[in-house]
Write a protein that binds this ligand. Structure first.
Ligand code: ADP
Ligand code: MG
Length: 230
């Protein structure tokens, strides 16, 4: 689905505080599978996710989506691809305070101009699928951590993306909520979504639905392995 060809991301290029966060990464991320990127803090996992999800551009190298080069496209096209293709679950969930759960879920769909009633119905269905329909009218800041994550997942799904990208999705969850998160991942895979996550949580990379594990160290991909199911 996505291929990276010699992709680099350097922050503050040419300056004293230059950081080479992603270095010469060439990779294929397959569709219809669950891929986990692991590696220590600071190894470039989040930077790589943002490149793949069209949230940032590589400093050099190419990214293709379904064979088409997307890394050099003008901003307008990148934004369009991002909205149609990817749903994001951010590490800190990034819910907007002061508006309701339902409004949070609907937010990424506003730029697409979907009919409001249809959108509201879809948001409601997603909250139901995630077993939190009773929270729709609450404000985001009133939720528990596990509930906030489910709202973040619903929001990631509102535009029916092909790929769901989650950055350290279980970093703030206890074991019970982690297992529930993995059940949701299983459901999404069952619905045909491609899943891409970062994690340094062994509970994630040892989970049975993980197909591929990518290891990063110091900005480089040092291993790509098929998950061990023995
Ligand atoms: P990880 O997700 O594996 O912890 P990151 O991709 O967040 O790694 O960070 C990789 C390196 O890039 C780190 O040294 C980090 O400080 C740096 N970095 C990340 N984002 C930025 C940014 N926006 N500006 C400058 N440096 C950044
Ligand atoms: Mg990170």
């Amino acid at each position: 689905m996505i291929s990276l060809d010699n992709v680099c991301k350097t922050y503050h290029e040419g300056r004293e505080n230059e950081v080479r966060a992603v270095r010469e990464v060439s990779l294929e991320i397959g569709a219809d599978r669950t891929t986990v990127i692991r590696g220590p803090s600071g190894s470039g996992k989040t930077s790589l996710l943002t490149l793949i999800g069209c949230l940032s551009r590589p400093s050099s190298g190419r990214i293709r989506l379904g064979g088409e080069i997307i890394s050099g496209l003008p901003e307008k096209f990148m934004t369009g691809i991002r909205r149609q293709t990817f749903g994001f679950i951010f590490q800190r969930f990034n819910l907007i305070r002061g508006i309701t759960v339902l409004e949070n879920v609907m937010l990424p769909a506003y730029p697409l101009g979907t009919d409001h009633a249809a959108l509201k119905a879809r948001a409601g269905e997603l909250l139901e699928m995630l077993e939190i329909p009773g929270k729709a009218a609450m404000n985001a800041e009133q939720l528990s951590g596990g509930e906030a994550q489910r709202v973040a997942i619903a929001r990631a799904l509102i535009n029916d993306p092909q790929m769901v990208i989650a950055d350290e999705p279980t970093a703030n969850l206890d074991t019970r909520l982690t297992m529930q998160f993995l059940d949701i991942v299983r459901t999404l895979r069952g619905q045909g979504k491609t899943m891409l996550m970062t994690s340094h949580d062994p509970r994630i990379w040892s989970a049975d639905m993980v197909d591929t594990i990518i290891t990063m160290e110091d900005g480089r991909v040092t291993a790509v392995e098929a998950a061990d199911r023995s």
